[in-house]
Ligand binder design. Structure first.
Ligand code: HPA
Length: 277
């Protein structure tokens, strides 16, 4: 058997034995949204370290666990803490949790993250709906033998961020009175922030926000047939935009400041795309 698929099924069996739960929607909680898992009706949680073969998250401020529960009556699984490529994992490990949530039964994936604003019309604290992404600066998570059980070898990427869900989310944001930008996310490997020259390059390529996590997750999810939505919290202006130096402290401070608004939008969004509002 393909070793990547073998690892995946081992993790999946380990989860099923410990906490069988069938989510409809999966959620990756980025910086500032970690507390979101406390706002759902929790049914149980499972630390990543208790899942056989699961890669570990090491970044400060991220709790590494799946939280299972309900947003109203929508069954959800949240990733509280994600696996970043810059931690040194193989890309197949970085996206393993996404594939696991698919195997658990999730059909929709909400990706959230912190990102640096490249578009000069943005401000720290803005929320940006991801319309599309540029992932060419990091390796594809689909490299290697194809996981035929998950999706096709040559995966179409025309509508990675589901167009219908994007329009639902924009309408939802208007209804709940939360301003929402829409733009293109570019993934850099990190962990260092970008240079001003890299950000100018990214702007020339058509990117509006830069981050270190989400595009590879969207690829794996889309490959596996999930409908994907992504929302970035613009925590800072990207390198060189204002001349100010970047810091993880600023990223966290903005993410915390915006977290209630972000949580409100995510809840309304989950209900709306599930046809509950
Ligand atoms: N660049 C990359 N990732 C980020 C940034 C940034 O400016 N801010 C938060 N995550």
């Amino acid at each position: 058997m393909n070793p990547i698929y073998e690892k995946l099924t081992r993790c999946y069996e380990s989860i099923r034995q410990k906490l069988p739960f069938e989510p409809k929607t999966a959620l990756v909680l980025g910086s500032g949204l970690g507390g979101y898992a406390d706002s759902i009706r929790v049914e149980g949680s499972l630390d990543y370290q208790d899942i056989e073969g699961f890669p570990r998250s090491t970044v400060e401020g991220h709790k590494g666990r799946f939280v299972f529960g309900f947003v109203e009556d929508v069954p959800v699984v949240c990733m509280q803490g994600r696996v970043h490529y810059y931690e040194g994992y193989a890309m197949s490990d970085v996206v393993l949790p996404i594939r696991l949530m698919r195997l658990m039964g999730a059909e929709t994936l909400f990706l959230t993250n912190a990102a640096g604003g490249i578009n000069t019309a943005y401000e720290p604290g803005d929320l940006m709906l991801i319309r599309d992404h540029i992932s060419s600066l990091v390796p594809s998570p689909l490299i290697g033998p194809n996981l035929d059980a998950m999706g096709p070898r040559f995966c179409d990427m025309t509508d990675t961020y589901d167009a219908r869900y994007r329009s639902i989310l924009k309408e939802t944001a208007r209804n709940v009175g939360i301003p929402l930008q829409e733009g293109v996310y570019i993934q850099f490997s990190g962990p260092q922030y970008e240079t001003p020259a890299e950000i100018r390059m990214a702007r020339t390529l058509g990117a509006d926000a830069a981050g270190m996590s989400t595009a590879c997750e969207a690829i794996a999810a889309h490959h596996a047939g999930m409908r994907v939505c992504g929302i970035s919290c613009i925590t800072n202006m990207a390198a060189g935009v204002t001349g100010k130096q970047l810091s993880h402290a600023e990223v966290q401070e903005t993410a915390d400041r915006v977290s209630l608004r972000f949580q409100k939008l995510v809840t309304a969004g989950i209900l709306a795309v599930s046809g509950k509002s």
